[in-house]
Design a protein around this ligand. Structure first.
Ligand code: ARG
Length: 271
């Protein structure tokens, strides 16, 4: 019932929490790289069972956040808009994802402004939803609009826990540009004006609560029907079921120690 997707993922071979660039990260707390790997493998299996096509990029030592492939760029219409990371700790991930895309035959557009790929750019039907406030610069929204020729909707994030757009919005249908699009979101992660915009554009949106947000429940991946989301987001799963979607819970709690969930691990490749 869902549409087949093509994803890029990166095994968390070098996963660690050694620096702090978001409120979820605590470099003094323990983490378990092998648990992160097995949880990530269960995410890969969930996608495979849903029939999605998965590509893998080689993890690089010294880049503990490289597992979060969604931040590696934005790929629409066969063009890769490269990432330019806000923090030096992740800067070297950008050329790795760019080079991978080049080798795959994608057209590469080098970003001029700070942007963290699909962490802050979410295609939802005809619109490219774009987050700003913590990571991606507003100038990058304009750049993306010129590059892709799709209307960009700039949204203001206001809570540091929800520092990337993909921690506050899940695209339920339309992530490959198909219509009609729908989303799930956490209203309180946005400014009042941005909340009003979301209400206008998505009157049938699934509304998440703060308990969902606090387990990164919005960091979900949907093929239009099946929604892969953190198992801890029980309220959101129930709301999705009521709205006619099929929740597919996965446990990636170890990756949450770095501030990431299923969507963060998943870059959608659109030919
Ligand atoms: N530790 C990473 C960071 O703060 C987590 C990135 C999560 N990725 C995402 N798409 N939200 O940059």
């Amino acid at each position: 019932m869902g549409m087949q997707r093509r994803f890029l993922m990166c095994r968390p071979t070098h996963f660690a929490v050694t620096y702090k660039i978001n409120p979820w990260m605590d470099p003094s707390a323990p983490y378990d790289t092998s648990l992160a790997i097995s949880q990530w493998e269960s995410l890969v299996s969930a996608y495979e069972e849903l029939g999605h096509q998965i590509e893998f990029i080689d993890p690089l030592p010294g880049l503990p956040d490289m597992v979060f492939a969604a931040n590696g760029g934005t790929v629409i219409d066969g063009t890769m808009f490269t990432a330019q990371f806000r923090y030096a700790e992740r800067a070297d991930e950008a050329p790795a994802y760019r080079d991978w895309s080049e080798r795959q035959g994608f057209e590469v557009h080098e970003a001029k402004h700070v942007n963290e790929g699909e962490g802050d750019f979410l295609l939802a039907g005809e619109f490219l939803l774009a987050g700003t406030g913590f990571r991606t610069a507003h100038a990058a929204h304009l750049e993306a609009q010129e590059l892709f020729g799709r209307p960009v909707i700039s949204l203001q994030l206001v809570d540091p826990r929800f520092y990337h757009l993909d921690t506050a919005i899940a695209v339920l249908s339309g992530s490959n540009g198909e219509k009609p699009a729908n989303i799930a979101y956490l209203p309180e992660a946005f400014s009042a004006g941005s909340q009003a915009v979301l209400r206008q554009l998505y009157p049938n949106a699934v509304i998440a609560n703060i308990a969902d947000g606090e387990v990164l429940g919005l960091n979900a991946v949907s093929d239009g029907h099946n929604v892969v989301l953190p198992v801890q987001a029980t309220n959101l799963a129930a709301e999705l079921t009521k709205a006619g979607y099929h929740p597919v819970p996965v446990d990636v709690s170890e990756l949450r120690l770095a501030g990431g969930g299923p969507k963060c691990c998943t870059l959608e490749l659109r030919a």
